[in-house]
Each structure stands twice: as C-alpha cells, then as structure tokens.
Design a binder for this molecule. Structure first.
Ligand SMILES: Nc1ncnc2c1ncn2[C@@H]1O[C@H](COP(=O)(O)OP(=O)(O)O)[C@@H](O)[C@H]1O
Ligand SMILES: [Mg+2]
Length: 293
C-alpha cells in the first residue's frame, strides 16, 4: 500500500515537473473553482448541432439501480462531491491544454474504471454549458449500460465500422450527455480499435456533435492489447488504481505504458481506506469512490 502511494506520488511529481503544473492527483484544495475554468469553445451550439443532440433518443435512469451500481453523481449531493471535484480538475487541465478526449484505464480489471467513468460522465452532464460523451470501449466486457440499468444495447461494431450513424446508435441522458453503448462482446477488439474506420468515425462524431469532452471507458492495460491500441486516439488518460488490490509493480508498468502513448492526466487511487474507517479514493488527495462494505 505504501509502495503504491509512493509510486503514485513519484509519478505525479514527474508529471508536474514535465508540465510545470499540478496533475489531477494534486491535493483537493488546489482544485480550481468552476468560475476559473475557461469558457467552453464557441464551436459548440450551432443550430445543426442542437438538432442532432435533441434527436438522440433519451434514456431514463432509475435511481435505485444507479445506487446499487455505486453510480452516485446523477444529482448533486454529499456522495457526488468526489466526482464533482474530479470533474472540475479534469476540465480545467483539459481546457488548459486544448484536449477533448479522455481515456480511463487501469493496470488490471475491477479497479473501478467503469464506475468512475459513468460517475464522471453524469457529473459532467450536470454542467449545462457543456456537452459530454461517454463511449463504452471495453469491447470484450462492456458494462456501461448495465451500470446505468439500461437494456442491453446493440453491438457498437457497426458504428465504429461506419455502417451505422451515431444518430441511430447513440442515447442521451438529459440535454447534454450522450452515450455510445456497447452490447455484445467483440471477439477481436484490438483490430476494431486500431482500424482507420474507428478513427474516422470518432472524427465524424466529434465534428457533428461538437462535444466539449469525450470519455472512453477502456479495458485494463495489462490484459491484452486493446487499451494500448486505442490510446493513440486520445489526448490524455486517467489511471485508476485500487488501494485494496493494485500491486505496486502493476501500477508502475501501467503508468509507463500509458505514458508512452498519451498524456497521463492523473491517477485516482480508488477505495482508499482512511485510518478512521472512511473509504474513498485518493492520489495525493484526490478523489472518487464509495464503499458500502
Ligand atoms: N470505491 C469503491 N468501493 C467499493 N467497491 C467499488 C468501488 N469502486 C468500484 N467498486 C466496485 O468494484 C467492482 C468493479 O468496478 P468496475 O467499475 O466495474 O471496475 P472496472 O471497470 O475497472 O473493471 C464493481 O462491483 C464496483 O461496484
Ligand atoms: Mg469496466
């Protein structure tokens, strides 16, 4: 545990030194308030874009199902606060750098990637001036729909191959959060994630829907090649480590690998148990995660 925290701290300092500014895992008080965040880009909000967003079918969420899946940020509350802070920090850094695409990954499965990705997306959805998108790109084990309590969606493969329009695949939560859900597991996700058609599809969606931020829930780095194959298509990545599971060596390998392909925005140490028994996540003071056990 100490080794893991020390590794995260070293990684954070390295990034700070490289960029001359604190990474996402900086202590919470360093978080800028929303007013300090530069305004959204002016390219979002043409009448065509508005119409495309409105035309996406809206998904209804059931609060009890969300709570069972530890999805706590649909409305502002004490429980949503860690994700709201994470959202603000991420937005600040991404805007400072002109970045739009954020990957969420971890060394191994069950670190809380999907839980964090969905909570972050819902926290972003509560920012009315922003348009956000969440893509379920863990194609071997898609889980976003289940976490949100939605019916199993169709395969995402036709969308990525350019055979199906986003208008026919995407769903919407509220006016400004869109979902690209993934249903049936893919047998060769690496090839799909690396394909030129996937790159072109994402560029088209980004052009048509003008999202301020696109979140990609990816597989784990140390299992297969899928996440690695896709990291070239994002601007930055957030790494989830799990205090009660992630081993120091695995975190270290993951951090290095991700850093070879994209910018490491920060690290979230999930399910961190404080001395007083409180459980949340950390990473030099950051963020996210609840435990009911
Ligand atoms: N902070 C936390 N405390 C306790 N359980 C958690 C926490 N974060 C996630 N979980 C649970 O751990 C399991 C794995 O989380 P998930 O988000 O599906 O991980 P991943 O996407 O990395 O495989 C889920 O059952 C989830 O509810
Ligand atoms: Mg997952």
């Amino acid at each position: 545990m100490e080794k893991l925290q020390a590794a995260i701290e070293i990684a954070r300092k390295k990034r700070e030194a490289e960029r001359g500014e604190p990474a996402v895992s900086a202590p919470a008080p360093a978080a800028p308030d929303a007013a300090a965040v530069p305004p959204a880009s002016p390219d979002s909000g043409t009448p065509d874009t508005d119409a495309l967003w409105q035309a996406l079918p809206e998904a209804d969420l059931d609060r009890a199902t969300l709570v069972r899946s530890r999805i706590l940020s649909q409305s502002a509350s004490h429980e949503s606060t860690p994700f709201d802070v994470l959202r603000t920090k991420i937005l600040y850094q991404m805007r400072q750098n002109g970045w739009r695409r954020l990957a969420i990954t971890s060394p191994l499965p069950k670190c809380g990637k999907t839980t964090a990705a969905v909570n972050l997306a819902l926290a972003l959805g509560r920012q009315p001036e922003l348009r956000s998108m969440l893509f379920d790109f863990d194609l071997r084990a898609p889980a976003v729909a289940e976490k949100l309590g939605l019916d199993r969606p169709p395969s995402i493969a036709p969308l990525l191959r350019g055979e199906r329009a986003f208008a026919d695949h995407g769903r919407r939560i509220g006016p400004n959060l869109a979902l690209a859900l993934s249903g049936e597991a893919q047998t060769d996700p690496t090839r799909l994630l690396m394909a030129d058609t996937t790159r072109d599809t994402l560029a088209r969606i980004q052009g048509d829907y003008a999202p301020d931020i696109m979140i990609f829930d990816l597989p784990s780095i140390l299992i297969g090649d899928d996440a690695r194959a896709f990291l070239q298509h994002v601007d930055c990545a957030l790494i989830l480590a799990r205090a009660d599971q992630t081993r120091y060596g695995d975190f270290d390998s993951c951090e290095r690998e991700v850093g070879e392909y994209t910018n490491v925005l920060g690290v979230v140490l999930n399910a961190y148990r404080h001395g007083d028994g409180r459980v949340d996540a950390e990473g030099g003071g950051t963020v996210a995660g609840q435990s009911h056990g």
